[in-house]
Structure formats: structure tokens, C-alpha cells
Write a new protein. Structure first.
Length: 595
């Protein structure tokens, strides 16, 4: 329930003025009494609106144009309904009654909670429960949420948690047990790779963060000052009252504000930012969510998605981005036709899983052919290629000379990498890849023709006289055929065997073939069967070839002739697969594809 750590038996002078809250008092969001005020009316404890129709219990400072929340009970809980009530019962329990049941605020933090005799809302902003001996049973100052006020400390191992709309807690400021004050994103480990602001005292576990009522913000060891973070102490002139508050703001930055009030009833006021731990929102790790980056300076930074990514919620761009393809690039299946998009002067956190000294053009090729790589950046300073898995954290624009490469799937699947470089380099790159693609395409066609020729010659040599009757003229010579001539001569390469002979015409002479099966007649099926059976040597007979190279080229050829156009890889990937820089999955059977 509450984020409480009791300082039981601590002495506070009970305020015997009219703001003493006796047993039996109660509050409701819709009753005449919704809060308990401090003697001056500057602070209030009670119900305040949260969300569209809900309510929360907290403490606020009366400011214009709206109240400033300085403490919230149970900040992780959903809003309360208008039917909720808060009672200081006759037996000394501060009890919240909701539609779901009753919750005792103190019973969740003490095995045997001591009953209160009264309560008080102080002008310091501290809400206190007392026993019948004026000892403190519980106080809000010992249990801060996102703010500390003048006269309040953040003790060792305590922390402030930022709030956005009084619900989402994205950042934390921790006074750790070694005397260090450190800021982290929520749900991150307590390591230097996640910390974005810190102050180290090296003094041990007795250090506290203290803010006095004159605006002195410091780290103290007992009562001695170790480090002064801000000192805004100065005598007021026209102001009747100055209230200081230090808050871990919703953007993750620890700030000190001053509220200046005028008049007997504090009806006039203004607020000033006196000190800030960080002056740039993009310096905050996690200001922008996963797979997004921060751009801008000061307190008006903006979050944007990396190329190929989309906002989780366009109305709340701080939540991060997602991609339109699976993050598991190593799953079995067809080779995904990724593209590469590049951006300059951008970086992100975490550690790369691979760091290799290489050339820039080899960096994006290496990521493109690596199923684990979601993005990479090339660091010009030392000439290294740094590859990262997804998701990417803590992205921001930087002055470091780097170029980042992102693996994406374009909507129209263009054949060439889209690299955002200088116009001349871009033209050279496109021309090089295009010419290379044409050369590889003709290589694949030549290889296919070679297989067709070798297959036919091999079959002709194997045919026995009992099964085949071939009449060759003495001046018989081989000649080349066009694709249309072969298709017409073989009836589309798909003539079925009906128990008789397979009829084909060769230079006007008849060839009767009974030994070939239908799958073998369809060359692509025969090549596929040789591939899956591990018998690619049948394709080259007695020729001495590198089987691995042959297998790679056969796989590429089978992927390129898939009936479904969406299964065919782009020429960029064909180049990488033929070079051996990209893994090639076993393609689907052409028989299934054609069917």
C-alpha cells in the first residue's frame, strides 16, 4: 500500500490550534469536507481529482492556476471512485473505505500498528499521526514519493520516484547505502551503464539528502555538510512566505523549485526553477522509450522512432517504438529480404555483442548478413563496426562522428540498400549494386543453362537400348534453343506420363523415353531432390567442383524461381548469398510452389 518506513517515537510538537484532527473525523471526494488544511491554509491533506473521474489521496500546496501535488498515497494504485471515504476511526486507525473493501493505511507496515490519538496537517507540508503521548505514529515526511519539502530528508536507502499524471513512475533517485545519490530509469539495474546523474560522497551509509526551509539542498553526514547541491537562501523582500520543494520531475530530472507567496491569505504566488541536476532532457537515460531516440536540447526534447519503426502510442511518444518485423531474425524459414537505412551522428546505450575493425561498407553488409544484428554503427574515430541486438535503449543525437545502420523491411522492397549519404556516394553505390545485380543474374542464368545441358547429356548417356529408341543422323549436332522453343517442345515442361512413352521432338526426330519420372523431367524438381538428398554430385557427374559452392548456387537458383513472387529474394540478397556473407535457408520444393 503506502511506501512507508516508520520513524516511530520521533517527537514533533503537536499543533494545538484549530487544525488538530480528532478521532472520528472523515473525508469524502463528494462531501462538504474533502481535505484537512494546515493552520495557514497553505497545505491540504485529502482527496484530489485524478484522471477523468477518479480521485487520489495526497498532500498539495495551494498554488495558481492549479494546486501543486507534493505527496501521494499509494501512487501505484488505480484512481479511487467518488464513493471512497477516509476515516480516522475511534480506535485510532486511519482507514480507507472503497467499493472493493476496507484498507488500513498503517496495518500494512507494522505487524502491531500503534493506534493514533489525533492527526495534524502542518504548515511545513507534513501530515502527522500522534499517539496519546504526542509521539509520532506516522508522518508523510518519512515516506516521500517524488518530492521533499523544506525541513525534509531523503534517508539512506530511500528513493524518490517520478510521476507522470500521478501514476506512471519511470525514473528513480536513490540515496544508496554507500552514501551516493544516483538517478536511474525504473526497472534497470543499479550499474553505471544505466545511471545518468550521480553525486558520490564515499562517506558510507549514514548520508542523507537534506532540504531546509531556506532552500539549502545538500548531502549531510549526521548534521555536517558534505556536498552542497544548491543554496538558494536569501532574505525575502515583499514575499510573506517562500516554500522550497525538490522533485524528481516526470522527465527524470531532479529539480529545486521555489514558490513565493504574497498577502495575508497567500492568494498571490509565483514559481521559479532554482536549480536542476541536468539541463538537457536527452541526457536522461530512458527519457525516450525503447527503439526510439531523443532529439533537441533543454526541456523541450522530442522523441522519434528509428527508421522502420513506429510509435507504440502516437499520442504518447515517450513509450517507445516497435518494428514491423520479428526481432528474432534467426528463426527458421525463408530469408527475410532486409534493407539497410543509415543515419549519421546518432548513438544509443548498452554494449555491442560484436566489435570488429573494418571498413564502413563492410559494416552494414555484416549486419545485413547477421541474423542477430538489429542495428550497427560505424565509429570513424577508431574504424570499428559495433553490432547490437534489439531492442535499442537510450538513443540520442550526438556530436560523435558515427554512422548508424538499421535493418529494415521496406514496404515496396526496393532492390538496393537505401543509404542516406552524400548524393555522389549514393549514386555510385546504386550504380555499383545495380551493375553487380545484373552480372549475378546472368551468372545464375548461365549456371541454370549449364545444369540443363549436363542433365540432358547425362541422361542420354544412361539410356539403355531396351528403354529408348533414338535415331540419330550421322551429321547430328547440338544446337542452342530459346526458352520458348524448349517450352513448346516439352509442352510447358510438364508433360505427364500416362503409362506409355513420353513424346518429345528433337530436330524433327522422335525420342521415346520411359525411364524418366515426372519429377525428373521437371528439372527444378530433380535439382531440388538432389539437394535435399545430399546428392548434388549427380548434377556435375565426374566434374571436380567445390560442393559447398555448388550447394550455395543451387539454393540461390531455387529461391529465384519460386512461383510466389514474395518468396523470391531481392538482388541485394542474391549478391550476399552468392558471396557467402548471408546464410541461405533450404528453399521450399518447386513442386509445391508450382502447385
Amino acid at each position: 500500500m503506502f511506501l512507508l518506513a516508520f520513524d516511530v517515537k520521533a517527537k514533533l510538537q503537536r499543533n494545538h490550534s484549530s487544525n488538530v484532527i480528532p478521532l472520528g473525523s472523515w473525508l469524502s471526494p463528494i462531501a462538504n469536507r474533502t481535505s484537512w488544511l494546515s493552520p495557514s491554509g497553505l497545505f491540504a491533506f485529502g482527496f484530489y481529482p485524478q484522471g477523468r473521474k477518479g480521485f487520489a489521496i495526497g498532500i498539495w500546496l495551494h498554488t495558481q492556476p492549479k494546486n501543486t501535488i507534493v505527496w501521494t498515497a499509494n501512487p501505484d494504485n488505480p484512481p479511487l471512485s467518488s464513493n471512497a471515504t477516509l476515516n480516522l476511526t475511534s480506535d485510532g486507525m486511519l482507514l480507507l473505505r472503497t467499493e472493493q473493501g476496507e484498507e488500513n493505511f498503517t496495518a500494512n507496515f507494522l505487524d502491531d500498528p500503534e493506534p493514533a490519538d489525533s492527526a495534524s496537517m502542518h504548515d511545513s507540508g507534513n501530515f502527522v499521526l500522534y499517539d496519546n503521548s504526542s509521539n509520532v505514529v506516522w508522518q508523510s515526511f518519512s515516506n516521500p514519493t517524488d518530492t521533499i519539502l523544506g525541513g525534509q530528508n531523503l534517508s539512506s536507502n530511500d528513493q524518490l520516484m517520478s510521476r507522470s499524471n500521478h501514476s506512471s513512475r519511470r525514473f528513480r533517485l536513490w540515496m544508496d547505502t554507500r552514501g551516493n545519490l544516483v538517478s536511474y530509469p525504473v526497472n534497470s539495474t543499479d550499474g553505471p551503464e544505466n545511471a545518468y546523474w550521480s553525486v558520490y560522497t564515499f562517506a558510507g551509509s549514514i548520508v542523507s539528502l537534506s532540504l531546509n526551509q531556506r532552500g539549502l539542498l545538500r548531502l549531510i553526514d549526521y548534521s555536517s555538510t558534505l556536498i552542497i547541491l544548491a543554496n538558494e537562501s536569501y532574505p525575502g523582500k515583499k514575499e510573506t512566505r517562500i516554500v522550497y520543494r525538490a522533485i524528481l520531475d516526470s522527465d527524470g530530472i531532479f529539480k529545486l523549485y521555489s514558490h513565493h507567496f504574497w498577502g495575508n491569505s497567500y492568494t498571490s504566488s509565483n514559481v521559479s526553477l532554482e536549480w536542476s541536476a541536468v539541463h538537457d532532457q536527452c541526457e536522461v537515460n530512458g527519457f525516450c522509450g525503447l527503439n526510439s531516440y531523443c532529439i533537441g536540447t533543454g526541456y523541450k526534447a522530442e522523441c522519434r522512432c528509428y527508421p522502420g519503426y513506429h510509435f507504440m502510442d502516437p499520442k504518447n511518444k515517450l513509450l517507445g517504438c516497435f518494428n514491423n518485423f520479428s526481432e528474432d531474425g534467426c528463426s527458421k524459414g525463408p530469408v527475410i529480404p532486409y534493407d539497410i537505412t543509415a543515419m549519421r551522428n546518432i548513438s544509443w546505450g548498452d554494449f555491442p555483442y560484436s566489435v570488429v575493425s573494418t571498413k564502413q561498407e563492410n559494416c552494414y553488409k555484416s549486419c545485413l548478413g547477421d541474423c542477430n544484428c538489429g542495428a550497427a554503427f560505424y565509429l570513424y574515430k577508431n574504424g570499428t563496426c559495433n553490432k547490437y541486438k534489439l531492442p535499442l535503449r537510450y538513443g540520442r543525437i550526438t556530436n560523435i562522428p558515427v554512422i548508424a545502420f538499421f535493418k529494415v523491411i521496406p514496404a515496396n522492397r526496393p532492390p538496393n540498400p537505401v543509404i542516406l549519404m552524400d548524393s555522389k556516394k549514393k549514386i555510385i553505390l546504386i550504380l555499383s549494386v545495380t551493375l553487380g545485380s545484373i552480372a549475378v543474374l546472368w551468372s545464375v542464368i548461365a549456371l541454370s543453362c549449364f545444369f540443363i545441358y549436363r542433365h540432358q547429356v547425362h541422361r542420354y548417356r544412361k539410356l539403355s537400348p531396351e528403354n529408348v529408341n533414338v535415331e540419330f543422323a550421322e551429321n547430328f549436332t547440338l544446337r542452342s534453343f530459346s526458352y520458348n522453343e524448349l517450352e513448346n517442345a516439352t509442352n510447358g515442361f510438364k508433360e505427364k506420363l500416362g503409362g506409355g512413352s513420353f513424346g518429345s521432338v528433337y530436330k524433327g526426330r522422335s525420342i521415346d523415353v520411359n525411364v524418366l519420372t515426372a519429377d525428373e523431367i521437371l528439372l527444378s524438381n530433380w535439382v531440388y531432390n538432389c539437394l535435399v538428398a545430399g546428392q548434388l554430385d549427380k548434377l556435375v557427374e565426374d566434374e571436380n567442383v567445390d560442393i559447398r559452392t555448388l550447394e550455395r548456387m543451387v539454393k540461390v537458383g531455387l529461391w529465384c524461381i519460386q512461383e510466389d513472387p514474395t518468396l523470391r529474394p531481392p538482388m541485394k540478397n542474391v549478391i550476399l548469398m552468392l558471396e557467402g556473407t548471408m546464410d541461405i535457408a533450404v528453399p521450399p520444393s518447386p513442386a509445391i510452389s508450382h502447385s
